[in-house]
Design a protein around this ligand. Structure first.
Ligand code: SF4
Length: 952
């Protein structure tokens, strides 16, 4: 599909006045042609001109001076969506001029949010870390010396070699904030035989993931919005959240075709404001609302009998819970009616505040939409509440009831729409289980209990000899940041801390090494996510490295093309792994060998070449253009592996799969070598879902076996912030601290000037009626008391939040101390931190944001001074005893600020936070489970180790 821009009347006049280029004369000047691909109505030069694209230089105006560019695709790194970017490289200066959308990316289709183009700010940030530095003086003291990469690699590799030789493999840990390079770290960590993967997921999405996993073995939703007739979001996906740009464009497409949108959110988000039904539910009550909708669908016969009968383990439910009852579908429906009889719309209204009539109306619309019903929850209520995993479980219940799982316009499991690369080396599964990451108290924890690490270290459960943090900032992003500072400062707990980061952060201040890593256009990664009913792979590549090669000056390592000595992680890990085992005696080095040049170290190009040669359809598509698979990805930056992916559970097993298998007559389960491999449905041998029954598990035998029988069916758990424990007259509220501002990125937009200019404060949202009853005016300074301390912020009086609820965005309130490098000055307050002993910490803003002189003239034009308030650091940890998710919502007490309080003040007592950790720990029901297991074998575990390690 080609696209030619038709000049508007205004453009024609401007053209006649010679204010802009001649847009009519084809080929008579630069920038006269555009192209677009299917689904992407965006202007873009055609790819055959990307190596030599000419535009007038805007800075030379009114002179018409041509500039030559190379256009090189890469992928955004500013959220997980990995949207396509197209970098304009100025051939003369060999610098990036701008980054725009890449229309050849199947998910983002040429569109980006504000954070994509702002990658340029991050690259050009005058405060960025350009060289590796090592601390001198005490850890956290703020003194740094520049060192060579060689010395860094040798030092860390030597220390790791010693730990591995001494069997202290569990003392090596890699802690990831922003993931990105699909499959890479599994290869590296397994080569080391280290169970060292620790992720941020339990402060992010594992609550929602657990709710999905317990149904279908796969842990995220992939809605096919484009074809939906009705959409229900427990999120703000039109403006923020994971994959929100690819999702938002498809939600809008569906709306333009007449689909309706309902949103459950206590906050009038931009998403809620665009909806047909805004249901401002009290935080934590969402499962009550969703179960009431389920009840309406069941009672009114709006369910999809065919789907329920064939794809749900209802027979197991009847057999277990209704002994002696005939196992018929009619009995099943009767049992469901009985089970959910108390979840009336009136009950849900009492819990949530959402009108019963609205709940009934939305439920009926869902029933009408049938298989064209798309839903989504990522974090939001699932990550806010004790038992928040029941939010996704009850939301998915609606998809199951309507048979909209994996259908056009329905919601698929994530894995169906995500491509997994095949890497060149496959080390054996690690033979260690690291209980600092997955302790026995949390056998069902969906991801590592990363936010409890300081408490585990404090209790003496272990120590870390080498600790890598990778684009990860727990001091600021996690709850209980002062406990992190205490742990990071203690060299007896953490022997060496290397912070791999593209920018200075509150955590990097407490490292031994700060190792600069590239931003989006400065690194290699592979990305694939469940953005729609397809499957794609995208290539994040270092733009200047590619540009130098195109100009005939290839570099050996990416850092040679990047600014300063900014490395990329892939090359860092290969180099480090090589040096851990220089003579190959540890059996590690073998995994770093080139698959093309036996006995030699793999290069980064070879690593990706191997993967792309194995992407189904990619080599053939590339061959049509006379190029290799790697060259295709370098040229276009993305490839669609599969489109219109639906009903994968109905795909049939091959003859080879079936050989040696047997079928259980009663359940249809197909097993082979003691493991289930599929299920017979309507006479077909289907692959089904990766659950014990190979069906959707309404009834969870796993919950029964692992000591939680009361949650064997989707249900409602009263949250730790339930309204019955709030005394409003004393100023007690639930604080929702989880919402995102659309233009910010947790802790990595601090160096993006365009983004900081748009959003730089985070007041506390309070409903006008609550403000009035407490005597607060808009802008008043308030003290927000949490269970471990307080923060001082301003009130924002608004109707955009339901009464009884406060909200504060978590993106803002960045800081640096006097002794720290002057970094991220677009967004950081300079603070003083005082440790007053016995766990008492105080933070006070000494200097807010101010203009400053630098080589970027914009830094002297900063007009804002408010840097916001750091709230997360005042929250204790709240680990959900089942999913392991940190339950973010807080019961707080608000009052007028005290006389001594100043805006931005923070106080925390970490002794108290440790007590609260223990209170929540006491709620767990630890392993072992059946057979002495640490964890159910069938459930996914991040970075799965050898099966032998599963047994206590
Ligand atoms: S949605 Fe995410 S990946 Fe896409 S442009 Fe925005 S920040 Fe980048």
């Amino acid at each position: 599909m080609s696209y030619t821009h038709k000049p508007t009347v205004i453009e024609t006049i401007a053209e006649k006045l010679h204010l802009i280029a001649d847009l009519h004369a084809e080929g008579s000047g630069p920038a006269t042609k555009s192209a677009a691909v299917d689904g992407a109505q965006v202007n873009c030069p055609p790819p055959d001109q990307w190596d030599n694209w000419v535009e007038y230089d805007s800075k030379s105006w009114p002179e018409r001076k041509s500039k030559e560019y190379m256009l090189i695709p890469t992928a955004c790194f500013n959220c997980e969506a990995g949207c396509g970017l197209l970098a304009y490289v100025d051939k003369e200066s060999m610098t990036m001029r701008k980054l725009v959308g890449n229309p050849y990316h199947p998910a983002s289709r040429g569109r980006n949010c504000a954070k994509g183009p702002a990658t340029l700010n991050q690259i050009e940030d005058t405060d960025r870390v350009l060289y590796p530095v090592k601390r001198s003086g005490k850890r956290g003291g703020g003194k740094w010396d520049r060192v060579s990469w060689d010395s860094v690699l040798d030092d860390i590799a030597g220390r790791m070699r010693k730990a591995i030789q001494e069997g202290r493999n569990n003392e090596i840990s890699y802690h990831v904030g922003r993931p990105g390079h699909e499959g890479f770290m599994e290869w590296v960590l397994r080569a080391w035989n280290v169970d060292g993967h620790n992720s941020h997921t339990n402060i992010c999405s594992s609550g929602a993931r657990f709710g999905y996993a317990i149904w279908e073995g796969l842990d995220r939703p992939s809605p096919d919005y484009t074809n939906a007739k009705f959409m229900l979001l427990v999120s703000a996906h039109l403006e923020s959240g994971h994959y929100f740009n690819p999702h938002a464009q498809r939600i809008v497409e569906a709306r333009m075709k007449g689909a309706k949108l309902a949103v459950l959110d206590p906050r009038l988000s931009n998403t809620a404001s665009m909806s047909d039904y805004w249901m401002p539910s009290y935080p934590g009550s969402e499962p009550a609302v969703l179960l009431a909708m389920a009840k309406v669908i069941i009672d009114e016969g709006l369910y999809n009998r065919d789907y329920l009968e064939n794809w749900v383990n209802w027979k197991e439910y009847l057999q277990q819970d209704y002994h002696g009852t005939p196992v018929t579908f009619e009995e099943f429906i009767e049992a469901l009616k009985k089970e959910y009889s108390s979840y009336t719309p009136d009950f849900a209204e009492k819990e949530s505040g959402v009108k019963a009539a609205t709940i009934i109306e939305v439920a009926r619309k869902i029933g009408e939409a049938g298989t064209n019903f798309a839903t989504h929850v990522w974090r939001s209520a699932s990550s806010g509440n004790l038992g928040g995993w029941e939010v996704s479980r009850t939301l998915h219940f609606l998809n199951v009831l309507t048979g909209s799982v994996g259908t056009p316009g329905g919601t698929s499991p994530s894995a169906w729409n995500k491509f997994h690369p095949d890497v060149h080396a496959k080390p054996k599964l690690q033979t260690f289980w690291n209980t600092l990451h997955l302790p026995d108290e949390y056998p069902l924890a969906h991801f590592e209990m990363s936010f409890l690490l300081p408490h585990f270290l404090k209790e003496g459960r272990g120590k870390l000899d080498v600790y890598f943090t990778r684009v990860f900032n727990p001091v600021w992003t996690y709850p209980d940041g002062f406990s992190w500072i205490e742990a990071l400062e203690d060299e007896s707990k953490i022997g060496l801390h290397a912070a791999l980061t593209p920018t200075w952060s509150e955590t990097a201040y407490f490292a031994d090494y700060v190792l600069p890593m590239g931003h989006a256009a400065e690194r290699h990664d592979i990305i694939s996510y469940e953005t729609h009913a397809g499957k794609w792979i995208a290539f994040r590549q270092p733009v200047l490295r590619v540009a130098h090669a195109k100009m005939g000056h290839p570099v050996e390592y990416t850092w040679q093309a990047n600014a300063g000595e900014v490395w990329e992680e892939d090359e860092f890990w290969i180099e480090l792994t090589w040096r851990i085992d220089p003579d190959g005696s540890l059996g590690i080095k073998q995994y770093c060998m080139s698959p093309y040049r036996p006995g030699e170290k793999i290069t980064i190009e070879e690593y990706y070449r191997y993967i792309f040669e194995r992407v189904p359809g990619l080599p053939e598509t590339a061959a049509k253009e006379g190029i290799s698979a790697l060259e295709y990805m370098q040229k276009y930056g993305a490839f669609e592996v599969e489109s219109n992916v639906y009903k994968v559970n109905e795909r049939t097993l091959s003859e080879a799969d079936l050989q040696g298998s047997s079928v259980q007559q009663e359940t249809g389960l197909i097993t082979k070598n003691g493991k289930s491999v599929g299920v017979q449905v309507k006479g077909a041998n289907c692959t089904g879902f990766p659950t014990p029954s190979r069906k959707q598990e309404l009834y969870s035998r796993t919950m029964v076996d692992w000591k939680w029988p009361e949650y064997r069916l989707p249900g409602y758990i009263k949250s730790h912030v339930h309204q019955e424990i709030m005394n409003r007259s004393k100023g007690e509220f639930v604080l929702v601290p989880t919402f995102r501002l659309p233009v910010l990125i947790h802790s990595r937009s601090g160096n993006a000037k365009w983004l900081a200019e748009i959003a730089h404060r985070n007041p506390v949202w309070i409903n006008a009626s609550d403000a009035k009853s407490l005597g607060f005016e808009d802008g008043d300074l308030i003290r927000v008391n949490t269970d471990i301390g307080f923060f001082i912020n301003r009130a924002w009086v608004t109707e955009g939040i339901r009464p009884g609820v406060l909200a504060c965005s978590h993106h803002i309130g960045r800081w640096r101390r006097e002794q720290d490098p002057a970094a991220n000055r677009w967004s950081t307050n300079r603070v003083q931190i005082r440790h007053e002993g016995s766990g008492k910490w105080k933070m006070r803003v000494e200097e807010s944001i101010e203009p400053y002189e630098s080589s970027d003239p914009d830094s002297s034009r900063i007009f804002w001074s408010d840097g916001g308030v750091h709230q997360n650091i005042t929250f204790p940890v709240h680990p959900d005893p089942i999913s392991g998710m940190h339950c973010w919502h807080q019961k707080v007490r608000i009052e007028k600020a005290h006389e001594e309080d100043r805006y931005g003040d923070v106080f925390v007592d970490t002794d108290r936070s440790h007590q609260i950790y223990k209170e929540w720990l006491a709620m767990t029901r630890p392993a072992p489970g059946p057979g002495g297991l640490r964890r159910p074998l069938w459930m996914n575990r991040p970075f799965r180790p050898d099966e032998k390690t599963y047994y206590l």
